[in-house]
Design a protein around this ligand. Sequence first.
Ligand code: NDP
Length: 272
Amino acid sequence: MQKNYVLTDGNSIPYLGYGTFRISDGSDVLNSVLHAFQTGYRCIDTATLYGNETGIGQAVKASRLERSEVFITTKVWNSDQGYEQTLLACRASLKRLSLRYVDLYLVHWPIAASFFDTWQAMELLHAHGRAKSIGVSNFGIEQLESLKTKAKHLPVVNQIEFHPQLQSPELVQYCQKNNILVQAWAPLARGEVQHIPEIQSMSEQLKCSPAQLTLAWMRARGIMPIPKSKTPARIDENYAIHSLSLSQDIVEKMNALDCGRRLGPEPSHFWA
Ligand code: NDP
């Protein structure tokens, strides 16, 4: 069994999740998520944008796991933001997922014109039990501070691009100080961590893979990674980090790899 983080709303979330971006709906996502469940993952990350919520719902059903044993995250896409639109978007996601509630509902990107209204809808969805926890993604300090001025409940999660070469130390420190769990998207730098020489040499020393070292380092930092793989052997490899404990020296060497190298859009990309 995986260990959990406890969110500020009291809900638990596994230390490690399974990402599903660019896994097509239908048999692709069904088989991948079923394999992830068999391996031991219990937390699945999707989004309306990924177009695979239907297959994920089918995998939850086919797994025969109790609903309370799985943790499903989805996100409201940018063009669905606003008060009414967010309520409708959540209802549509739940329908595709064949679920009565999601465990975590995230605002995918901050949109300046609508993010207060969107957040009010998120709070209503939380109050009505449609989203057990609510959070954001790709929010910077500025947006989180703005949210603070009007929100009844602060986000319990901020899902951001985070990997050894992009560590956003100020934002991570801000989130951790405000008890917002940082989830790392692209935790393996989309597969590139295996080519970083320092990570190669440290992982050889530790007799693990570069991906495993990277994921274990995040756990040591109190950050929750959601690696994606469609390859069964890599799904297993990424999960098998539970016995890997890192020395402070290794943690610091990994910390030193930050060079601000972003792979995805700037967080302010949609903030117009
Ligand atoms: P990841 O860093 O998880 O990398 C995925 C890539 O790495 C795939 O090409 C995969 O290949 C490869 N890979 C996986 N495991 C290994 C391994 N052990 N060794 C070598 N290569 C490996 O990138 P993602 O962009 O997918 O991010 C993870 C998740 O984060 C997404 O799937 C999605 O759920 C979420 N996300 C959220 C965003 C947001 O804005 N909130 C934005 C982007 C992603 P293969 O599949 O062929 O095995």
